[in-house]
Design a protein around this ligand. Structure first.
Ligand code: ZN
Length: 178
């Protein structure tokens, strides 16, 4: 995993940029969806090995899971905005796996589970892998993770949010004067 902060920030950014109506509920669900795949660390407690399809970075990190999860949420919460809920939540959920595939450690990501159990990394892996467990996070390792995420996730997200804000302001000013 990247840390919960890195994942949640990407979820929030996707919602802010893609949702013209700026729905608070969608923002919150996008942040949750971007963190959720790591719920599979519980699999260790149930005795599943990392490389098992239900193990860490397995099923809940797959494209299949992202489709099912965002489909269910958009049906429950989307009301008249089901499509934008689905798009934002799918991208937020799968963004987690994409970031994980760019980290320096662990096993790769099972993007194609349940159809294929191969674990994948991208060739570009600049993000420091985050420790599993809170206690280990408060360490030198945790500091390295935060710094690496600030650079590779924080800065891009903040730049995107900044330009998004400016274009929104610009389009509302244009509307006022047209
Ligand atoms: Zn993960």
């Amino acid at each position: 995993m990247a840390s919960v902060f890195g994942h949640a920030l990407v979820g929030a950014t996707l919602s802010k940029v893609l949702d013209k109506n700026q729905m608070k509920l969608l923002l919150v669900l996008a942040m949750i969806s971007a963190i959720l795949p790591d719920i599979d660390v519980l699999a260790f407690k149930f005795g599943y090995a990392y490389e098992h399809w239900l193990g860490h970075r397995g099923f809940t990190h797959s494209i299949f899971f992202a489709v099912i999860w965002s489909g269910i949420l958009s049906l429950i919460f989307g009301k008249s905005n089901k499509m934008i809920f689905f798009v934002v939540l799918f991208l937020a959920t799968i963004s987690h796996a994409v970031l994980d595939a760019m980290t320096t450690g662990g096993l790769g990501v099972g993007f194609f589970i349940p159809f294929e159990n191969t674990r994948y990394f991208f060739s570009c892996r600049p993000i420091q892998v985050s420790p599993i467990g809170i206690s280990k996070f408060f360490s030198e390792w945790g500091v390295r993770v935060i710094l690496s995420e600030l650079l590779w996730i924080g800065v891009p997200c903040i730049v995107i949010l900044f330009f998004n804000k400016i274009t929104q302001k610009f389009s509302t000013t244009k509307k006022q004067y047209s």
